[in-house]
Design a protein around this ligand. Structure first.
Ligand code: HEC
Length: 442
């Protein structure tokens, strides 16, 4: 109620301001009100070297897009953060969304004719990382080890391409524990054409206690790095080979010899973190229980399909991140927990899914789900094959499972750390002690 009133007041103010020079100073202006928002929430992508289609660093660059910016921000299409803000956990380490107030400010500014204001009010320009830099470098220093895929010649136009080279891995003298990893397509070509990818280490001696595969890094546009929480890491054996799985999506520019790099940051030699994480693990929403993969997906022309999948946790677990994966018809994916006592709650819901983005929603330390053994994770997906879906390439088609973007998939990647009962007990106690009011799942 209060909120609606406030919105109306701002809208009225903006209309008046446009018509009345006396009130013009009341409307938000670029230099004082809008530039700080764009700098904080847009400039990292909308700069000459970033992945955004146009730079938004100066008034001259921003002015022609004022109405488009109002449209995309008010619909919460930009910045890309497709989570439902009305349900589930809302505290994330990488939240780039705008607050209601910021959205209102941008809207009122555009409605008032996008005034520039006084340049003296502009924020101090921020430093923008160059396109080829490691995003984690500022925080973590240069990587301890860099692994590289084999060169691939990228075609300019055509169907999706898959490139799955095997590269020997012998970079470590002794077993180490991974603290962070970043997946870095080449710049500028790779950033445009690498749609998603995995770099998975297959250890040489899996029978000697090594895991069958160690997923060092997984990538999708909108998700390129992972920092495990302090005290959590992934064990990396000394040798084996890297199975690369790279999906190139032709976008009109080609190039030869494209190479993807993955940077690895380790805990100091000899240091073993308390918790071992499995990294991102796949949870299927379709075709479970050994049935043929994706056999449940059959979306009729001009129709919808809803699919649900459940997984019972056979040990307690901490979920660090949530990354739904569908293709062009996927719109909603909800992750719920059904606790052993029967209580059910929505953990997270993505309700504006967009296949162009693979965003990993990284939970804040105090908010990530800590789940007891026996919890049922329930995923529900909604596919929209009607013309209302703005990125539907052809509502006339029946849509089934497939690797191409025009076919469908239905799973979620969860950053998982499985823990034992004792670790569960202390994780819950620690959280209670830190903040009684926070979500506690038991
Ligand atoms: C993580 C990178 C990223 C961030 C952050 C980001 N954008 Fe974008 N933006 C893109 C990309 C990539 C596209 C083109 C693809 C798409 O629309 O999804 C785009 C498209 C747009 C478009 C549509 C352009 C067109 O011609 O259709 C607008 C407007 C826009 N962004 C404004 C903003 C504003 C305003 C912000 C901040 C409030 C912002 N973006 C934050 C990457 C980003």
């Amino acid at each position: 109620m209060i909120f609606t009133l406030r919105l109306k007041t701002i809208a009225t103010m903006a209309t008046l301001a446009a018509a009345n020079t006396v009130l013009a100073q009341e409307a938000p202006n670029y230099s004082r009100d809008v530039a700080p928002i764009l700098q904080a929430k847009c400039a990292s992508c909308h700069n000459p070297e970033g992945i955004g289609p146009m730079p938004l660093l100066t008034y001259e660059q921003v002015r022609p897009f004022a109405l488009l910016i109002k449209d995309r921000t008010s619909k919460r299409i930009m910045p890309p953060w497709h989570l439902d803000p009305t349900v589930g956990i809302q505290e994330f380490k990488n939240d780039m969304s705008l607050t209601e107030e910021q959205i209102d400010t941008i809207g009122a500014w555009a409605d008032a004719g996008a005034p520039e204001g006084d340049r003296a009010d502009l924020p101090v320009p921020m430093e923008i990382a160059t396109g080829g830099a490691w995003q984690l470098e500022e925080q973590m220093g240069p990587p301890d080890l860099i692994i590289r895929s084999k060169p691939y010649d990228v075609i300019a136009n055509g169907q999706d391409q898959w490139w799955m080279p095997d590269v020997p891995f012998d970079g470590l003298d002794t077993e180490r524990w991974l603290r962070a990893a970043e997946f870095k397509p080449s710049y500028p070509l790779g950033k445009k054409v690498v749609h998603h990818g995995h770099a998975v280490l297959v250890p040489e001696n899996p029978e000697q206690g090594d895991r069958r595969s160690v997923a060092l890094a997984r990538y999708g546009v909108g998700k390129s790095w992972e920092i495990y929480p302090e005290g959590t890491g992934m064990r990396v054996p000394t040798n084996g080979h890297i199975a690369w799985n790279l999906h190139y999506f032709p976008v009109g520019v080609g190039g030869s010899g494209d190479v993807v790099e993955v940077g690895l940051w380790f805990y100091p030699e000899g240091e073993r973190p308390e918790l071992e994480t499995a990294g991102e693990a796949m949870f299927r929403v379709d075709g479970l229980n050994g049935m043929a993969r994706g056999q449940d997906i059959v979306i009729p022309p001009h129709g919808y399909q809803v699919l649900q999948g459940t997984h019972v946790l056979d040990s307690p677990a901490i979920i660090h991140s949530y990354r739904p994966h569908m293709h062009m018809r996927g719109r909603v994916m909800t992750m719920e927990a059904i606790y052993p006592d029967g209580r059910k709650e929505v953990l997270s819901q993505v309700d504006k899914y967009n296949h162009n983005w693979q965003i990993s929603y990284i939970y804040a330390d105090d908010s990530k789900p800590i789940l007891p053994k026996g919890t049922v994770l329930q995923f529900s997906s909604v596919f929209d094959n009607t013309a209302n879906n703005p990125i539907n390439p052809d509502p006339e088609q029946w849509v089934v499972f497939g690797r191409r973007g025009v076919d469908e998939m239905n799973h979620a990647w969860l950053g998982m750390t499985y823990i034992n009962e004792e670790q569960y007990g202390s994780a819950i106690a620690e959280r209670r002690a830190r903040q009684e009011t926070l979500r506690v799942s038991q």
